[in-house]
Write a protein that binds this ligand. Sequence first.
Ligand code: PGA
Ligand code: ZN
Length: 405
Amino acid sequence: MVGVDSGAWGMASVPSGASVGRHEAVELRDGVGSRYRGLGVRQAISNVTDLIEPALRGLDASDQEAVDQLLVDLDGTADKSHLGANATLGVSLAVARVAAASRGIPLWRHLLRGGSPLLPRPMVNILSGGMHAGGNLDLQDFLIVPSGADTYAEALHTCVQIHWAMKDLLRERGLSTLRADEGGFGPALKGHVEALELMVTAAERAGFKPGHDVGIAIDVAASHFYDVEKHRYGLASEKRSLTPAELVGLLEEWVDKYPICSIEDGLAEDDWDGWKVLTDSLANRVQLVGDDLFTTNPQRLGLGIERGVANAVLVKMNQIGTLTETLRVVDMAQKAGYSTIASARSGETEDSILADITVASGMGQIKIGSVTQSERLAKYNQLTRIEDELGEEATLAPTPALGAR
Ligand code: PGA
Ligand code: ZN
């Protein structure tokens, strides 16, 4: 919580991920042998109260860049390991909130700075696997992109209908409808093809034409089944171990057969050569998103742009640790013609701040997980409120055009 002289206050909370990329900023936890199985954050909190607070005192809250620069300097490391990105981001976001509060305007308006607000097209988790579910899929997410929707309200409704259709389908087939980490379903399926077929059937059952009204997005999260020594991807559910080129071949096969419009982390975070093969094969047909690959880090995104790898970046604020640095990555991506997707984490809080930041920065897409559970709904609801507030002015981001890069 941050206060200013006028008496206004701003508060923010920060999320945490289960499938963390190696190059993410450090989330400071108290460590082995301490409370909460070592996951306590007393050190991060004392960094806020003892180190950040005295340094921040007297700064102008409306100067977000100066505040964030101070946090970066005070931390003094490349990965926020001194203060903890959880400490710096919490302060950074609380400052943005208090600045908006003292202007008496919503945060998304405060952050606009002359630009136009843009409602993001959501990509919604329907089936989960990997580190987010107890089933047997290696891939982490199967999502719906409501590509034919004209408004945010319609986009959300489309995804909710497909979520429900999937629930019916799983029940009929005697499969579990218990929820995975992000609120989607995590059934024990025979393999990825069954998951893709279920996605198509659920969309059709809900009355949509896959490939026309809706697309399928996948988060392969390949870093988490990559054997660095052997340079192979171990797909346990397919009982196969693949070379990078073979995995690209498999993804291509799926893109040929199913209406897949977006692939996230198709290859591992440091497999730049594999990523190049993937990009050369598929970038003109689907969105190729770097999450673990880029970790919302300007240096890594810069490398990607230079090498012509991927065509989109997943933006997770806690991977870098301040609002200003996050917005710089968005800017850099947009200038290079890369799409930007604001993303929540698997371990989320009830904070809806991501919605405001996405609308103000024009990221165009948002990935929050499923359409269940309050920590997800808080963000969808905030987007609904913003759409409502904008009225006639409300614009839903177009589905990104491919092949133009
Ligand atoms: P995480 O998952 O928050 O567990 O990292 C989200 C994602 O990989 O996109
Ligand atoms: Zn991911």
